[in-house]
Design a protein around this ligand. Structure first.
Ligand code: SF4
Length: 479
């Protein structure tokens, strides 16, 4: 175990230690709920606010599972919660400020009810400067734990409840992979399945390799067991999760372990499989062949490109060129007819020139993405890009984002036109958020479909005829 910084009795994150990578493969440990914690939450309620990516959503499900094992009951109302957890994201600064603002606004509630416990967890809790700021300025936060020791939540929370003392335990080294953790799933028919944790890529703009630690893979047996258990409980879609799923198995000395894993997952016979997030650098042709071979692997791919400029890609340390990305795109489109493509794009990376931005637009014109998540570059303290010189004014960056977004919306809409009059298979997730008479779900191509039906087909694969097209969703009627 690497040395950790001690401050009073707190275990604080250490940015330098988070950067280190040991060669040891991660061991597996098994979670057990201590007897002393089992009744600790009886007649009490918990509230979890999750921000950010699917990995965080999955972590939130684990936390909810542990809290319910402790006897807590879920509430969606912050005011009636006894324990409030903020499961945070560190990818963009503006989102971090929003979280801190929200926690700040709870001060009056805590003054009126000092017995309530506010906890900070997730990626922000792995940031040294954030934790120090919270310790100084947010006395209402009584519990801080990181992404590597989620399984410690019952013990840490019980200690805060019994002693009233603040508990801070944020590890800078990832430790063991913990299996047998309970989960309160947010959906019954679609489930996130972690296949690996962490990231070794160190893209220069990204904080994730620091907050989530090194790449470490769960064993194939544990992943397949989880998928079979989900299937037995009525789940129809497994979404395989990792920061860079194509690197699955590298730490287990497997060559192209992701392709083998994907094939095994498909062979479980579960109705649908998706996976997030892929990295163009590690993507193999063999993976594309497996996607083509098994119809229960969905024909949609999220493949972040970030920029169309080779100079920017190099400064981002992405490890591929615009040309190699487009060749991968071509191979997918050729081998998997009808596959839909989504991506992530950053504009305004330090010193991004007009020509660099033009190259991004050219790549967008070539790939005509079905959907893209586009953002202005957000400097993250402690990452190499944060200290790169940047002479591009924010006004220019905002203007570029607008140009990019209108081009992306145009392609999203054009791509959707081909679905008009087609029948798509939709996994119904229940009634739509806006209208109880309308149901919604995702097609095999990962298109959001809102449709009318004579009865509630939640959890079923429904054939839906598409009648109307929008840029980011489709409307239809069940057949
Ligand atoms: S691949 Fe790059 S962008 Fe993705 S999590 Fe790893 S470092 Fe961040």
């Amino acid at each position: 175990m690497k040395p950790m910084k001690k401050d009073e009795n707190y275990i604080l994150p250490d940015h330098a230690a988070e950067r280190r990578r040991s060669r040891n493969a991660a061991e597996t440990a098994f979670f057990e709920m201590g007897e002393q914690n089992r009744m600790a939450g009886l007649h009490k309620k918990y509230y979890i606010r999750t921000y950010g990516c699917q990995a965080n959503v999955r972590d939130g499900e684990t936390m909810a599972g542990m809290l319910e094992m402790m006897g807590f009951e879920k509430t969606e109302d912050m005011q009636e919660a006894d324990v409030l957890l903020f499961n945070t994201c560190a990818v963009r600064q503006a989102a971090e400020e929003r979280v801190l603002g929200e926690i700040g606004s709870l001060k009056p509630m805590i003054l009126a009810h000092p017995e309530k416990i506010i906890g900070l967890c997730g990626c922000m809790a792995q940031e040294e400067t954030i934790v120090r700021r919270v310790l100084q300025k947010y006395p209402q936060v009584k519990l801080i734990f990181g992404t590597h020791n989620i399984h410690r939540l019952p013990d840490l929370l019980s200690q805060v409840m019994h002693t009233g003392n603040r508990m801070v335990e944020v590890l800078s080294e990832e430790g063991k992979i913990v299996e047998n953790l309970p989960a309160k799933r947010t959906q019954q028919y679609k489930a996130f399945v972690n296949i690996m944790y962490g990231c070794n890529k160190f893209c220069t703009y990204c904080i994730v390799p620091y907050t989530r630690g090194k790449e470490r893979s769960r064993t194939r047996q544990d992943i397949l067991r989880e998928i079979r258990d989900l299937q037995e409980n009525g789940c129809r879609e497994a979404v395989l999760l990792g920061q860079n799923v194509n690197a699955y198995g590298k730490d287990l000395n497997e060559t192209d372990g992701f392709t083998a894993l994907l094939r095994d997952c498909a062979r479980t016979g579960i109705d649908r499989i998706r996976f997030y997030t892929s990295h163009p650098r590690d993507y193999s042709s063999a993976t594309i062949d497996v996607m083509r071979e098994y119809p229960n692997i969905m024909p949609s791919l999220h493949l972040p490109v970030q920029s169309g400029s080779d100079a920017i890609l190099k400064r981002m340390n992405r490890g591929y060129t615009a040309e190699s990305y487009m060749r991968l795109y071509d191979e997918m489109k050729e081998k998997i007819p009808g596959i839909t493509f989504t991506t992530d794009l950053i504009v305004g990376f330090p010193d991004e020139s007009d020509e660099d931005f033009e190259d991004t637009l050219k790549l967008v014109d070539y790939c005509r993405f079905d959907l893209a998540y586009s953002f202005i570059y957000s400097p993250r303290e402690g990452t190499p890009a944060a200290s790169m010189p940047d002479s591009i004014p924010m006004e220019v960056k905002k203007e570029r984002l607008q140009i990019l977004n209108s081009r992306l919306a145009q392609y999203a809409n054009e791509n959707n036109q081909r679905f008009k009059g087609q029948v798509l298979e939709v996994l119904c997730e229940g009634s739509s958020k806006k209208n109880d008479d309308v149901y919604s779900g995702y097609s095999r191509e990962n298109k959001l479909v809102n449709f009318r039906a004579d009865r509630n087909p939640e959890g079923e694969l429904v054939n839906v005829e598409i009648t109307d097209i929008h840029s980011f969703s489709l409307d239809g009627k069940a057949l």
